[in-house]
Design a protein around this ligand. Structure first.
Ligand SMILES: [Zn+2]
Length: 143
């Protein structure tokens, strides 16, 4: 199933190809200091694919903090945060903010919380390689 979404102004658009039907989508409200302030709620599926289309790369703020292993893509025009990426052993992984998805029925979301404070970097990266989207392409400059 193709899930689509974008930031509020449309500068960062997502095509998220969910393997199978998407009626059980985990939605994790992250407890990190950034996500608490932004209301970030994330999903991923290791067998899914993500295509990110950025119209104007100059209007994307790539924000890192803490362990600096994750990059938050913040639209600097509208302020939405559609995705986070993590580069691990030269491979790009990502999670998607369920709040920017536009063709998802709210009843499909399996809401929960996630708090990874205190997790060491090695465990954190290992978890991402297991759970995050492993097929990620980012196209800049419009389509
Ligand atoms: Zn935007």
């Amino acid at each position: 199933m193709l899930l689509t979404g974008k930031c509020h102004c449309g500068n960062i658009a997502l095509e998220f190809v969910w393997d199978g039907d998407a009626t059980e989508i985990p939605a994790r409200a992250c407890g990190c200091t950034f996500c608490v302030k932004h209301g970030g709620v994330w999903t991923s599926n290791p067998t899914s694919k993500l295509l990110v289309a950025i119209q104007d790369a100059a209007l994307v703020s790539r924000y890192v903090f803490g362990t600096r292993t994750a990059t938050f893509f913040v639209c600097s025009r509208c302020g939405a945060v559609p995705l986070v990426t993590s580069k691990i052993a030269d491979h790009l992984y990502a999670v998607v903010n369920v709040n920017v998805l536009e063709n998802v029925d709210p009843s499909w979301l399996r809401r929960g919380t996630a708090d990874f404070e205190g997790e060491d970097v090695e465990s954190r990266l290992a978890r991402r390689t297991r759970n995050w989207i492993a097929d990620v392409r980012i196209a800049e400059g419009g389509a």
